[in-house]
Design a protein around this ligand. Structure first.
Ligand code: SF4
Ligand code: SF4
Length: 204
């Protein structure tokens, strides 16, 4: 079911921004998408990012067609970049929310502004590098990655793996499932989006 809906979820983002333009209080619904990846992370890793996030769907379904698909520069995956993005988001969000507190429209506008601007940043990076570049340091994805635990289901890599590395080519984050072949635990990585793009190749 999730896989069937995945390609269409980006419409939620577009409708959310369009309706929010006229009714800013709608922006408060963004709380769902901000909390869900973090709440799910201890059990399912970054499953939300790979299968349920409307913005992730937008990057996969729309930006992937426009992106040059270059490798995501390492700096965007660094702890420095991730912590900077997280602290910036928390600071901007807190300051704006203090001024908006008590007024539902103004509070909704805080969410809308942040989502609109960060989506634009993601579009710019997608046009320059790779469609999922934003997701390498998105604050919610970072928190989900940190909270991913060994309880999330690992990918089982086939013992017949021939190291063709097609799984890495299919992976939006260029992760290396083939490196876990023949292990008991399979492939477990905090940044794995659980999107199964690699496993549907039949190589893992
Ligand atoms: S990293 Fe952020 S934008 Fe990307 S899919 Fe996850 S929550 Fe959505
Ligand atoms: S390793 Fe496989 S399941 Fe994980 S993000 Fe990459 S393609 Fe998706």
């Amino acid at each position: 079911m999730v896989k069937i809906l995945r390609p269409y979820l980006f419409w939620i983002l577009l409708i959310f921004l369009s309706v929010g333009y006229f009714y800013p209080a709608v922006g408060l619904l963004a709380l769902i998408c901000m909390l869900a990846p973090v709440i799910l992370a201890p059990f399912k890793g970054r499953f939300w990012c790979g299968n349920c996030c409307p913005r992730g769907s937008f990057y996969d379904e729309v930006m992937a067609k426009l992106s040059p698909q270059k490798p995501i520069p390492k700096v965007f995956r660094s702890s420095f970049m991730r912590i900077t993005a997280l602290l910036t988001l928390i600071s901007v969000f807190t300051i704006q929310m203090i001024y908006a507190w008590g007024d539902l429209s103004a509070m909704g506008l805080v969410f809308l502004r942040i989502i609109f601007i960060t989506t634009l940043v993601g579009i710019g990076l997608g046009l320059l590098y790779h469609h999922r570049t934003w997701c390498a340091f998105c604050p919610m994805g970072t928190l989900a990655s940190w909270l991913s635990s060994k309880r999330s289901k690992p990918l089982q890599v086939s013992a017949n793996c021939v190291n063709c590395k097609l799984c890495t080519k299919a992976c939006p984050f260029a992760l290396e499932p083939y490196n876990a072949k023949g292990t008991d635990t399979g492939f477990l990585h905090g940044d794995c989006l659980k999107c199964n793009r690699c496993s549907t190749l039949g190589k893992v």
